[in-house]
Design a protein around this ligand. Structure first.
Ligand SMILES: [Ca+2]
Length: 316
């Protein structure tokens, strides 16, 4: 047999041996690979409720999911019980526009229902407002909650939704001067579009705050009727003398706004010191009025040092 032929056979044997060596090595790691693969597939799903141990942790300054409140009219005494004695109740509660109801979504349980009577606008006749004082001044914080606009809700021109504030919590055409306060609420707009509505020293308008749209891939984000949405804001105070204050927003866990050009203050005495539960149709004239009797539902308010949206499963 020619030598080169033996060599060829010998090479083939080497190739086969090498192949089986690789298979053996592969088999050694197979159980590990299977385990890792299974772990990836069978990963525990996130809960739809905020985990109780997180609520009890030092990261959370305030939580209210309304589960202990009696069903029916959400009276001043109960609101103060849930939100603390320092809560400053402004509008809508004495007028009977706040109620605790049972939601059909078991994960929500009891929720807050706010009434917006037909043909009204502004907080005196429409929606509700109270200020949750945090008892300290913070440089950065998160706030989050669930909100649902029911089927058939008519958004009209828009209205306010709660957010973090500081100092005198400037709203209603009172442009901040750097020494008074600021606010960073959320607004729904025509068709359910969403924007951050921010009163700060460097705002463009001499009266009203800056509206910054919530967008994803260049498209405006919308509230969907009949669906619970999770909204979250991160606010960080600006360095004194600079317009570098930050607001980052998430809708249903997705990043929808990230801007860092806000001038909330010019003095160190102003920080984040309150959460403003503020909701009403408006706008300052009747073109903003509710077209019919409307309701909006709220649940699971959290004020925290860390974000909440990564801890819970969203409706997708
Ligand atoms: Ca609840």
């Amino acid at each position: 047999m020619p030598r080169y032929f033996i060599g060829a056979i010998s090479n083939k044997e080497e190739v086969v041996k090498k192949y089986f060596r690789q298979v053996e090595i592969g088999l050694l790691f197979l159980p590990l690979a299977v385990l890792l693969n299974c772990a990836a597939v069978v990963r525990m799903p996130l809960p739809k409720k905020i985990p109780a141990d997180f609520i009890r942790s030092d990261a959370v300054l305030f939580y209210n999911g309304f589960e202990q409140a009696p069903l029916g009219y959400y009276e001043k005494w109960r609101l103060a019980w849930d939100w603390g004695d320092s809560v400053y109740i402004k509008d809508g509660v004495a007028g009977g526009r706040t109620t605790i109801v049972q939601d059909k979504d078991k994960n929500r349980g009891k929720v807050l229902c706010v009434l917006y009577p037909e043909g009204t606008f502004g907080p005196k006749e429409n929606g509700a407002q109270w200020l949750l004082k945090l008892g300290a001044q913070y440089e950065e914080l998160y706030c989050s909650y669930w909100v649902k606009f029911p089927y058939g809700f008519e958004f009209v021109k828009g209205g306010k939704l709660p957010g973090l504030v500081g100092g005198e919590a400037n709203t209603g055409g009172q442009k901040p001067n750097g020494k008074d306060g600021w606010s960073a609420r959320i607004m729904w707009q025509k068709g359910g579009a969403i924007r951050q509505y921010v009163y700060h020293v460097a705002q463009k308008d001499p009266l009203y705050g800056d509206g910054r749209p919530w967008q994803e891939e260049g498209e405006n984000c919308l509230f969907t009727q009949g669906q619970w949405h999770h909204v979250e804001n991160y606010v960080k105070m600006n360095t004194l003398g600079k317009s570098n204050g930050v607001i980052i927003s998430w809708l249903d866990g997705r990043l929808v706004m990230d801007e860092e050009d806000f001038r909330f203050r010019d003095i160190p005495e102003i920080g984040i010191d309150a959460f403003y539960f503020s909701t009403f149709f408006g706008g300052a004239d009747e073109t903003w009025a509710a077209a019919k009797r409307e309701y909006i539902y709220f649940d699971d308010f959290v004020i925290s040092r860390v974000p909440v949206h990564g801890l819970i499963r969203m409706n997708r």
